[in-house]
Design a binder for this molecule. Structure first.
Ligand SMILES: O=C(O)CCC(=O)C(=O)O
Length: 272
């Protein structure tokens, strides 16, 4: 048995659980309550950069221009968890917020991330960092265990007008939502999920905010199709990139900033 060397290095049992179910929860916190308090206290400085008409969903890949987010994305505790899933050589390529304010009707339809992403092979993991306590009461995420082993399912244009995603899966056709596992986390904890795992979340009828930051990591063997997502940039987190498949980003030099992207619609870029 290979025993973990730190609290955030996955045990063989946790790795096997991830392989079997396509997700991991119940992990040690990646941020202490005090660290989380500071992270939340700084968040308004980032939100202040949103332009009129934009929402928090428009905060995509701002780790490229904002040290505040870059430091979270490259936090060694998070990287230890990711290394347990992807192995020694991986990069970070995306970050975005899923924030449901109190009494928000906003939902996230059932979907597989990999359906949206022009990337191959499948060797990517999402870390969902809880900025608030999340549970069934405020629209915490749900996932279908083992669904990452069923292949990529065709998504359709959704009928749920509150969903923040345009394409989604119909419950009952390719899977049953009755099998879903509800994620419950304290602020400062995180979950991991495979890019093929079916997941989604419901509205937030509570008077508590439900904020999470998703950070996407991929093995260096994963290549993005630049014709579809021309803004794609990688930040090597661990190991070496012997493949050189993708453009490499430059770390940010300002605490709060937003990147200048080539104009491309989110759907064209495969980002929902
Ligand atoms: O935050 C949510 O409710 C959904 C997040 C999600 O879809 C993702 O992490 O890919």
């Amino acid at each position: 048995m290979n025993e973990p060397r730190s609290a955030h290095q996955l045990s063989d049992e946790q790795k096997a659980c991830y392989q079997e179910n396509g997700y991991l929860i119940g992990l040690p916190p990646v941020f202490t309550p005090e660290e989380m308090r500071r992270i939340n206290a700084e968040l308004p400085h980032l939100l202040a950069l949103l332009k009129p008409g934009e929402t928090t969903k428009d905060i995509r890949e701002w780790h490229e221009a904002s040290q505040y987010l870059y430091e979270i994305c490259l936090n060694p505790r998070i990287l230890d968890l990711v290394e347990g899933v992807l192995g020694p050589d991986f990069y970070c390529w995306a970050s975005n917020f899923f924030i449901k304010e109190p009494r928000s009707t906003s939902t996230v339809g059932w979907h597989q991330d990999a359906y949206y992403w022009p990337m191959a092979p499948h060797n990517s993991v999402t870390v969902w960092v809880a900025f608030d306590d999340v549970d069934e009461g405020n629209g915490g995420m749900k996932i279908i265990p083992g669904s990452h082993r069923g292949g990529i399912v065709k998504h359709q244009r959704g009928t749920d007008t509150d969903s923040v995603l345009t394409l989604q899966l119909e419950d009952g056709s390719d899977f049953s939502s009755e099998a879903a596992v509800q994620f419950r986390m304290k602020a400062g904890e995180c979950s991991l999920h495979d890019d093929r795992a079916i997941h989604g979340s419901q509205a937030n009828p509570s008077d508590r905010r439900r904020a999470g930051l998703t950070i996407r990591y991929s093995g260096t063997n994963v290549k993005n199709d630049l014709a579809v997502n021309p803004n794609f940039k990688t930040y090597l987190c661990r190991g070496t990139d012997t493949f050189h498949h993708n453009p490499v980003g430059v770390p940010p030099t300002t605490r709060f900033g937003r990147p200048n992207f080539k104009a491309v619609s989110k759907e064209e870029a495969g980002l929902g």
